[in-house]
Ligand binder design. Sequence first.
Ligand code: NAD
Length: 378
Amino acid sequence: MKKISRRKFNESFLKGVGVASVAATIPTACAAGNGLPVGEKLGVALVGLGSYSTYQLGPALLETKHCYLAGIVTGTLEKEKIWSEKYNLPKESIYNYENFDEIIKNDTIDIVYVVLPNSMHADFCIRAARAGKHVICEKPMAMNVEECDVIIAACKKAKVKLSVGYRLHSEPYTQEVQRMVREKTFGAIRFVNAEAGYYSGSHPNQWRLDKTLSGGGALVNMGVYSIQSAIYGTGTNPISVSAQEFSTRPEYFKGTDETISAQFEFPNGVVGNIFTSHNVNTNRLYVSAEKGWFELHPANSYGPLSGRRSDGAEIKFPHESQQKLQMDDFALHILKGTINRVPGEMGKRDMIIVEAIYRSIREGGKKIPLDLGRMGIV
Ligand code: NAD
């Protein structure tokens, strides 16, 4: 098994450099990206085995080339049995939320992927970093900007890598949009429209509708996709935002936002709209440039996505699991020092925008200036 070959490698690596603590040293050895055997895979532990882990991340980890499922963290005994059988997991790599910190002793786990309700992201990301594990944190990164800062600081202090689960940055249609923006295929961008939403109707007790667990409604769940695509659709960060909230089913959405529309100003006269909702099915990115337009529709779902451009040229890529591409990209970043496509700072940048949108709504749609240039993240 890959796990055994990796342990053997680590033992000989550590012997060679005379380091005593296996647990404390593995992430550093990985991060250096030096001398890892060809075909070496990093072990991923999924924290939280809800629908995203069960139907997307777990299956994707059977296809990944540079990482594999090495452990799970769950509060449900039945899931332990199902997952350990399906993914051939050893007993010692199964944790619950209470004994999670024991993961520090497990040298088969390199990356901890936090897939819990949003209010639990910061706690488990920080504990993972303290255990010397690289971290992927699901979107939205945290409940607020302060929590994002604490996660980023914890990972820096522990010298581990941090990414946020924005899978579309590893997806070819999205990368094609990024390329057309970067290379000005249709000249300078003038306008972007980004929509992400779905109809939520049958589960009024879900954590997403409980603000203490979610931190917000449609905006933090789906709106972060609109924010993301408005930014990669223009290639710049917004310099101001004005926003409005609409509530058509207050009896269902008691404590979280249902529908939000926001208008962005970008540098050089570029403007954009974003729309997000838990009441409307929509999934689209449209970019208008000086000499033409391009769009993705769908733009945010698990794929295959679909694209068109005003000159009729085809946008077509074979479909692969986005989660597979995303986790392999992060593993390669750790192993080989390739770019971290979604650093923690990007999750924080989006949370700054989310907070500005909520503030604009509170202040009657007032234009809120944004100062994101210094962050160096687009
Ligand atoms: P889910 O409700 O299906 O699963 C949540 C998991 O957390 C469950 O296993 C549940 O048992 C566990 N949990 C632990 N404590 C809990 C508590 N106090 N209340 C509720 N659940 C608790 O949710 P999900 O759809 O898997 O979402 C999990 C995270 O993944 C969220 O942050 C979400 O935004 C993110 N997500 C990302 C994508 C993506 O495309 N990147 C897609 C779906 C979800």
